[in-house]
Design a binder for this molecule. Structure first.
Ligand code: SF4
Length: 292
């Protein structure tokens, strides 16, 4: 049996630079706070915690002072920066440059919509850290939609500027754009629709490379944290394409009975899955089969 790792898998550059910044601070100071999990992968979070990282929530930020707090790649709303300043906390800002640009675009879109009596709409997951950061650019006035039912919240007689969370999938975004356009047209207001496709190219190109990789293997172990929206999306896409795709978060989740007739097992993962974890899983699968 052969076990191969998808070389296109692993952290995106936004997550890599956040982790590098985190490791640098930990080497220098021995400890660092981070608001929320630095990456949606519990194995990687555990590794960094062992080096001195402490994960906090917003309420805990309000109790700190005279220390350093990291903002992860997902970004934060302006209120977090204000609170940190008030508490005398130094921010280590690891917001991904793509998310930073999107925050700026949403802020400008909101200012424009305010002037023309319009609405900012974000296609994303309510409560997701990146969406919370984007909402903060609009004084929390943006409308978050994740399905067709949510479109009821939009007033189609007024202008709409639509953005997307960076990790949403392209097909769903295109479908939502189509539905909104139809309703704006019905309200004789199609010219009032502005669309910014803000899906991260790293995420959209991953769909294609993942399916190409899946075609080359007999079964595919898809490694991801269960909270990763990018992981959940890529897994379901791959599973539809190849039914021998199995979601695992660690080597303990592997059901070897599903792999016993395979000649090539593939290992892939989300943009938040560390390469070391996929290598560990590859070695474990090989060792288990060699021992049989
Ligand atoms: S998925 Fe894209 S936007 Fe999100 S952190 Fe990675 S590079 Fe940045």
């Amino acid at each position: 049996m052969e076990v191969v790792i998808d070389r296109e898998a692993g952290f995106c550059f936004g997550v890599v630079s956040a982790i590098e910044a985190c490791e640098r601070q930990l080497r220098q100071d021995g400890s660092l706070y981070c608001i929320g999990d630095i990456v949606h992968n519990s194995k990687e979070v555990e590794r960094l915690k062992a080096l001195g990282l402490r994960i906090i929530d917003k309420d805990e930020l309000n109790m700190l002072g005279g220390c350093k707090v990291m903002i992860r790649a997902h970004g934060e709303p302006p209120s977090t920066y204000e609170l940190a300043e008030k508490r005398g906390v130094e921010i280590i800002d690891a917001t991904c440059p793509i998310v930073l640009k999107l925050q700026r675009d949403v802020r400008q879109g909101y200012e424009r919509m305010k002037r023309v009596g319009g609405q900012v709409v974000i296609f994303g997951k309510q409560g997701h850290a990146e969406v919370v950061g984007l909402m903060g650019q609009t004084e929390d006035k943006a409308i978050v939609v994740s399905s067709e039912e949510d479109l009821e919240m939009i007033d189609f007689n007024r202008p709409v500027h639509l953005f997307s969370q960076t990790t949403k999938n392209k097909e769903d975004f295109v479908r939502i754009v189509g539905l909104i356009r139809e309703r704006m047209k019905a309200a004789d207001n199609e010219a009032g629709l502005f669309v910014t496709d803000s899906i991260c190219r790293r995420v959209s190109s991953r769909s294609r490379t993942l399916l190409e990789f899946a075609d080359k293997v007999c079964a595919l172990l898809f490694v991801s944290g269960r909270q990763s929206s990018n992981g959940t999306y890529l897994y379901s896409l791959c599973r539809q394409h190849k039914k021998e795709t199995y979601f695992i978060s660690s080597k303990e989740d592997i059901d070897f009975s599903l792999l016993k007739d395979c000649d090539i097992v593939g290992i892939s993962g989300a943009t938040s899955t560390p390469m070391w974890l996929m290598e560990e899983i590859r070695d474990y699968v090989l060792a288990t089969f060699e021992a049989d």
